[in-house]
Design a protein around this ligand. Sequence first.
Ligand SMILES: *[C@@H]1O[C@H](CO)[C@@H](O)[C@H](O)[C@H]1NC(C)=O
Ligand SMILES: *[C@@H]1O[C@H](CO)[C@@H](O)[C@H](O)[C@H]1NC(C)=O
Ligand SMILES: *[C@@H]1O[C@H](CO)[C@@H](O)[C@H](O)[C@H]1NC(C)=O
Ligand SMILES: *[C@@H]1O[C@H](CO)[C@@H](O)[C@H](O)[C@H]1NC(C)=O
Ligand SMILES: *[C@@H]1O[C@H](CO)[C@@H](O)[C@H](O)[C@H]1NC(C)=O
Ligand SMILES: *[C@@H]1O[C@H](CO)[C@@H](O)[C@H](O)[C@H]1NC(C)=O
Length: 301
Amino acid sequence: MISLVLVCVTNKTTNMRSFFFFVPMLILHCLVASLAMTIVKNITTDQSALLMFKAHVIDPHSVLANNWSISYPVCNWVGVSCGARHRRVRVLNLSNIGLQGTIPPYLGNLSFLVYLNFGQNNLYGHLPNELGQLHRLKSFGLEDNKFSGSFPSWIGMLSKLQILSLRNNSFTGPIPWSFYNISSLKWFNLGFNSLSGTLPNDMCNRLPKLQEIYLHSNKLFGQIPSSLSHCTDLRRLWMSDNKFTGRLRENIGNLSKLRDLYTANNHLQGTLAPPSKRVHICVSMLQNSFRYVLYLVQKIC
Ligand SMILES: *[C@@H]1O[C@H](CO)[C@@H](O)[C@H](O)[C@H]1NC(C)=O
Ligand SMILES: *[C@@H]1O[C@H](CO)[C@@H](O)[C@H](O)[C@H]1NC(C)=O
Ligand SMILES: *[C@@H]1O[C@H](CO)[C@@H](O)[C@H](O)[C@H]1NC(C)=O
Ligand SMILES: *[C@@H]1O[C@H](CO)[C@@H](O)[C@H](O)[C@H]1NC(C)=O
Ligand SMILES: *[C@@H]1O[C@H](CO)[C@@H](O)[C@H](O)[C@H]1NC(C)=O
Ligand SMILES: *[C@@H]1O[C@H](CO)[C@@H](O)[C@H](O)[C@H]1NC(C)=O
């Protein structure tokens, strides 16, 4: 901003009168121009972001080929819908159409996006940091692709997120601490990746709205968070095929909405309290050593 003003000023210093007249005008002009350059995003921004995405992917069934064209309004493009009030792209839903390629940083400009689904395609590569700008996002689905790299820490910036699915990709490394800042989260599926590291003990104090947790088939280790009893809406907890150790606490039986508890192929032990009549918990015992597990097993799975 400062440098822009100076450039404008030095062009116009021919005499003092015009200098004093022009300087305030020029500052105003430069201010307006630079604001327009940095802040204004509109449906044209969304259109270029989507065309950038189209240019980054192979579209083997030509779903986007003739449809995503500047001859038609963006809001009528396949897989796209816009909000009624702002007329900006609100939904981008492109699941199961065979797309191959990478995600360009331009998608971070879809600043009104609430729902993003790229599930069941052949997309790969790292997710660009710019997606952390999608601060209105509530649902983010990337399942059954080939994305890789570490679990993106910018996901913690998506503070309205309720649903996150990264299932069946090739994400590696620990779940970053910022993830546990998304207190609106109801449902996450990180199954079938190569995530490692531990879960924080206060997980359910930070994410108390969780209803479904899928962590199966990763390389997670350490103890099951002792705060689990604070996830009072929990219905499903899938942890099988990891390296969890220690005790599964008795108070898990107090989670009255819990339906599925999959723990197979870990190194857990514990004394589980009998569940209430309503609960239909499905516990798998393989590779664990629960005592009193028969109280819980109403269905062997
Ligand atoms: C969007 O903003 C750009 C300037 O940033 C302008 O040129 C364009 O006409 C605008 N498009 C619409 C549809 O308002
Ligand atoms: C693009 O696809 C949408 C959704 O299938 C359809 O409603 C629209 O008519 C298509 N547009 C063109 C120009 O084919
Ligand atoms: C996205 O597409 C799927 C499959 O076509 C559909 O079931 C789902 O309702 C769509 N979601 C939205 C928000 O449009
Ligand atoms: C959109 O995003 C790209 C890359 O992240 C950036 O270079 C560009 O200036 C952004 N803004 C607009 C209005 O397209
Ligand atoms: C994972 O996704 C691939 C496609 O990328 C699919 O072929 C495979 O069946 C999926 N695996 C699971 C366990 O869902
Ligand atoms: C989580 O949120 C708190 C408060 O909003 C903030 O101070 C902290 O830096 C965030 N942590 C991470 C890892 O993003």
